[in-house]
Design a protein around this ligand. Structure first.
Ligand code: PLP
Length: 484
C-alpha cells in the first residue's frame, strides 16, 4: 500500500478558539496579556501558537509516528550504531520522580541519590572497561573522543611537549580524525594491513616521539578484532605515546575482554549504543570517558566522588581540562544505562556480547553467497558486504532502499570507505532468529529482483511514505522555518 496522506504541520492544523483543556468559568476580572505581564511582555499580543484540541494533537503525533520506522517495529541492522531493543524497564526507572525531577542547581545534600547513581555508573564503567577513573560528562561518542584527546594533550603538555601527530587507521569512524584535529593534532592516516588489522611492522617503523597517540576502534568498523592490540600498545608506550580506544563497539566485547587489560590508556563508551539507551532521534546521548590513573588528574570537572558515605561533585582538580558540558543534562541517559547494567548483571552483559557476535555471524553465514563479503576473516558483532557482483547496474543504495519495501530499516551503506559499496549489517543480540530469517529472505528476493526486474529495485522504495529523497539537497538546503 502506498501511503498518500500528507500530514500537515500543527500550524496548518490551527483552529482559532480551540484548546485542549476545559477550564471552569472565569470568576475574576479578565486582564489583557500586556496588563498581566507588564514590562515583561515584549509583545502586545501573545505569540501565534496553533490552537488545537487534545484529539487534534494526539492524532497528529500518532500519525507521524506511524510514518516512521523504529526498533520497536523490527530489525534495525544499522551497522556501527548498535540499534538494540531497549528494555522498557529502563524507561520506567528514569521516569521516577526522584530522578526526572532533580534540578542541576539543587543542593548536593538533597540530591544524594542522583549522585550515588552517577558514582555507581562511573564504577561500573571502570569495571567493564578495565580502567581506573571515569567522567560521565561527554554528551556523545564524538564528544567523548574530543575529551579523550584533550586528556592526552594535557598529559603530554604536563610532561613538557604536547607532541604533534595522531595516527588513525583508514578503517576508522569519521569522527576520530575530526576529534584529533579539534584537539589540535595533525591526523595521519595509517593504512590497514591486508587482514584489516594494524600492520605492526609498519607501525613500529612509523612510531617516534612526535606521535601523541593512536586512535583505534576495536573491534573496527569491519567488525574485526584488532589481534595485534597488545603489540600496538607496547609500540606506542615504548616511545611515550598513548593508546585511545574508540569503544563505540563495546557491544562486541563487554564481559569478555577489557581495553584496560590490553594496555589501552583511555577510551569512550557510547551509553546510547552498548548500554541500551534509545538513540537515533537526535536526542541526548552519553559518551563517558574512562582512563588509566595517569590521566585521571586531567579529567573534566566536576567528578562525582564519595567521601565518608556522602557523594559530592569534586571541583578541586587543578590539572583538569575544565568542563566539557555545562551540566549533566543527559542525566536520565545515565539512569537508563545504570538500570540496564544492574538488571543484566555481569553474566547478562557477557551473554549480550556473545549473542551479538553470534547473531552477526548467523547473518554472515546465511548471506554469504547471496552478497559478496567485503573482507574475509572472522568478524565479531557486525558484517560488511560489498556491491561486487550486483547485476544490471543495481547499486548498494538501490538495494538498501528496496529493503524498506520489505519492512526493514536499511543497513549502514557506503561505510566503511575501504569497502566498495559497503553494506554494513549489525543485528545486535536482541533479534530473534525468525526476524533474521525474514531479513535473509528479503535479501534473497532483492538479489533475484536485481537480476530479473532491476527497475523495481532501482526505483525503490515503492511502499514508503517518501520515495527517493534528494539527500544532498536535504542536508544542504534544509527548510527549518514554517512561514504562513
Ligand atoms: C557511533 C560511533 C561514534 C560516534 O558516536 P556518537 O555518539 O554518534 O557521537 C564513534 N565511533 C564509532 C566506531 C561509532 O560507531
Amino acid at each position: 500500500m502506498s501511503r498518500q496522506i500528507e500530514e500537515k504541520l500543527l500550524f496548518e492544523l490551527d483552529h482559532p478558539g480551540r484548546n485542549g483543556a476545559s477550564l471552569p468559568k472565569c470568576d475574576v476580572p479578565e486582564v489583557s496579556f500586556a496588563d498581566a505581564f507588564g514590562p515583561l511582555a515584549r509583545k502586545e499580543e501573545p505569540v501565534a501558537l496553533p490552537e488545537l484540541s487534545e484529539v487534534d494533537v494526539i492524532r497528529h503525533f500518532t500519525r507521524l509516528s506511524a510514518c516512521n520506522y523504529s526498533v520497536d517495529l523490527g530489525l534495525y541492522p544499522l551497522g556501527s550504531c548498535t540499534m538494540k531493543y531497549n528494555p522498557k524497564i529502563n524507561e520506567a526507572v528514569c521516569r521516577y520522580e526522584g530522578l526526572s525531577g532533580v534540578h542541576p542547581l539543587q543542593d548536593e545534600a538533597t540530591a544524594q541519590g542522583a549522585l550515588e547513581l552517577m558514582h555507581a555508573l562511573q564504577e561500573s564503567l571502570c569495571a567493564i572497561s578495565g580502567m581506573d577513573a571515569c567522567t560521565l560528562q561527554p554528551a556523545a561518542g564524538a564528544h567523548g573522543e574530543f575529551t579523550g584527546m584533550q586528556l592526552i594533550r594535557a598529559y603530554h603538555e604536563a610532561k613538557g611537549n604536547p607532541r604533534k601527530i595522531v595516527l588513525i587507521p583508514d578503517s576508522a569512524h569519521g569522527t576520530n580524525p575530526a576529534s584529533a584535529h579539534f584537539a589540535g593534532y595533525a591526523v595521519e592516516e595509517f593504512k590497514s594491513g591486508a587482514d584489516g588489522c594494524v600492520d605492526v611492522e609498519a607501525l613500529k617503523a612509523r612510531m617516534n616521539e612526535e606521535v601523541a597517540a593512536i586512535m583505534l576502534t576495536v573491534p573496527n568498523t569491519l567488525g574485526i578484532f584488532e589481534k595485534n592490540i597488545k603489540a600496538v600498545c607496547e609500540i606506542l608506550h615504548a616511545k611515550g605515546g598513548q593508546v585511545y580506544i574508540d569503544g563505540a563497539n563495546l557491544n562486541a566485547l563487554m564481559g569478555v575482554t577489557r581495553p584496560g587489560d590490553w594496555g589501552a590508556d583511555v577510551m569512550h563508551i557510547n551509553l546510547h549504543k552498548t548500554f541500551s539507551t534509545p538513540h537515533g532521534g537526535g536526542g541526548p546521548g552519553a559518551g563517558p570517558v574512562a582512563c588509566k590513573a595517569h590521566l585521571e588528574p586531567f579529567l573534566p570537572v566536576p567528578i562525582v566522588v564519595k567521601k565518608e558515605e556522602r557523594y559530592s561533585f569534586d571541583y578541586e582538580r587543578p590539572m583538569s581540562i575544565g568542563k566539557v558540558q555545562g551540566f549533566y543534562g543527559n542525566f536520565l541517559v545515565l539512569a537508563r544505562a545504570l538500570a540496564y547494567i544492574e538488571t543484566m548483571g555481569a553474566e547478562g552483559l557477557k551473554s549480550a556480547s556473545e549473542l551479538a557476535v553470534l547473531n552477526a555471524n548467523y547473518l554472515r553465514a546465511k548471506l554469504t553467497g547471496k552478497l559478496e563479503l567485503g573482507f574475509d576473516g572472522p568478524t565479531l558483532h557486525e558484517v560488511v558486504f560489498c556491491d561486487k557482483g550486483m547485476p544490471n547496474g543495481v547499486t548498494t543504495m538501490d538495494f538498501a532502499k528496496r529493503l524498506i519495501d520489505y519492512g526493514f530499516h536499511p543497513p549502514t551503506v557506503y561505510f566503511p570507505l575501504i569497502v566498495h559499496g559497503a553494506i554494513m549489517i549489525e543485528p545486535t543480540e536482541t533479534e530473534p532468529k525468525e526476524e533474521m530469517d525474514r531479513f535473509v529472505e528479503a535479501v534473497e528476493k532483492i538479489v533475484a529482483e536485481a537480476r530479473e526486474t532491476p527497475d523495481l529495485v532501482k526505483k525503490a522504495p515503492h511502499e514508503a511514505y517518501r520515495k527517493r529523497l534528494d539527500e544532498v539537497a536535504a542536508a544542504r538546503n534544509p527548510r527549518l522555518v514554517w512561514k504562513r
